[in-house]
Design a protein around this ligand. Structure first.
Ligand code: DGY
Length: 322
């Protein structure tokens, strides 16, 4: 019997490739640090049954309609705003993501970014390396305290809850805003629900941990930033589109808020002429929330397993539709 065909949009670790190649006819884009060009993707999907993709690929109606045999799209990410879910569903294609396996690692990075931003870790390191450290002085490179401060988390899913555990270990008070209230989590974790405006006004740190959809595009814009404390810090490890970056630049430049730690951007890779990069009070990372060796392997493995399950006629492990 003819083997089912898979296309993988980025060079994967050998073990994951082999797992898929043992069962299917597999073709893989062979570059690790370069996404597959759109025109090649459009060609490659024509006869495939399964697609293994990353958040760097836009899987829209045009791609899906070019792939009449496609049964499963496995995204190696928990977020799936790069995929047109409605079209996939309409065509009977299962879309899967990788929740759960990256929760703790992403919460670790979120807290690391919060700490690095609050205590100006990157700026201080550069200060030393640039030969600016002439003496110890009382207010040199002073930042914001983490212990005892209020952390407002927007989005109380898995990663939000994992962040609460870290914050509690640092004696922070935690408030959250979410589409729906979660009374059992409030009780269990000792956190308070607040409306969005109140949370922005009360928090020393605001951490964004909601999935991106057009409904939350620029959820944090000029008005929201103006509600925040002048000493407040914004941390975004979710998706860039949730924040209006030009409003954020103005708020940081004029001292309306104190600093921002960003792992995600409206355009990725972040453009090097972005005005945000001219500010000392911004810590920028290249979308590394889930980037630990173990977690990235688990994500790739889960995506591969989802393809194997669906193409063998079973149920997907982590479907986002259907
Ligand atoms: C995701 O999974 O959505 C992250 O952004 C990358 O790990």
């Amino acid at each position: 019997m003819e083997k089912k065909k898979i296309y993988i949009t980025r060079k994967l670790p050998q073990a994951i490739y082999t797992k898929l190649a043992d069962e299917f006819e597999v073709k893989m884009w062979d570059k690790e640090d370069q996404p597959v060009p759109r025109e090649i993707l459009m060609e490659e999907v024509k006869e495939i049954d399964g697609l293994f993709c990353l958040l760097t690929e836009t899987i829209d109606r045009e791609v899906i309609e070019n792939a009449p045999r496609l049964k499963v799209i496995a995204n190696m990410a928990v977020g799936y705003n790069n995929i047109d879910i409605d079209t996939a569903t309409e065509k009977g294609i299962v879309v899967t993501n990788t929740p759960g396996v990256l929760t703790e690692t992403t919460a670790d990075l979120t807290f690391a970014l919060l700490m690095a931003t609050a205590r100006r870790v990157i700026e201080a390191s550069d200060y030393l390396r640039n030969g600016e450290w002439k003496t110890w002085s009382p207010m040199q490179l002073t930042g914001q305290d983490i212990h005892g401060a209020t952390l407002g988390i927007i989005g109380m899913g898995r990663i939000g809850q994992a962040l609460v555990k870290r914050a509690k270990g640092f004696d922070m008070n935690v408030a959250y805003y979410n589409r729906s209230r979660k009374p059992e989590i409030e009780e269990e974790m000792g956190i308070r629900y607040m409306g969005l405006e109140e949370l922005l006004q009360q928090s020393d740190y605001v951490s964004l941990l909601i999935p991106y959809s057009p409904a939350v595009h620029h959820l944090i814009g000029k008005k929201e930033l103006s509600l925040m404390k002048q000493s407040a810090i914004l941390i975004n490890t979710a998706r860039g589109g949730i924040v209006d970056e030009s409003a954020l630049f103005n708020a940081l430049k004029t001292g309306e808020i104190w600093a921002a730690g960003l792992d995600v951007f409206e355009v990725e890779p972040m453009l090097l002429d972005s005005p945000l990069l001219t500010l000392p009070n911004v810590v920028t990372l290249p979308h590394i929330g889930s980037a630990s060796e173990k977690t990235r392997l688990k994500m790739a493995d889960l995506a591969a397993e989802n393809i194997i399950h669906v193409l063998n006629g079973g149920a997907p492990i982590t479907a986002v539709n259907g």
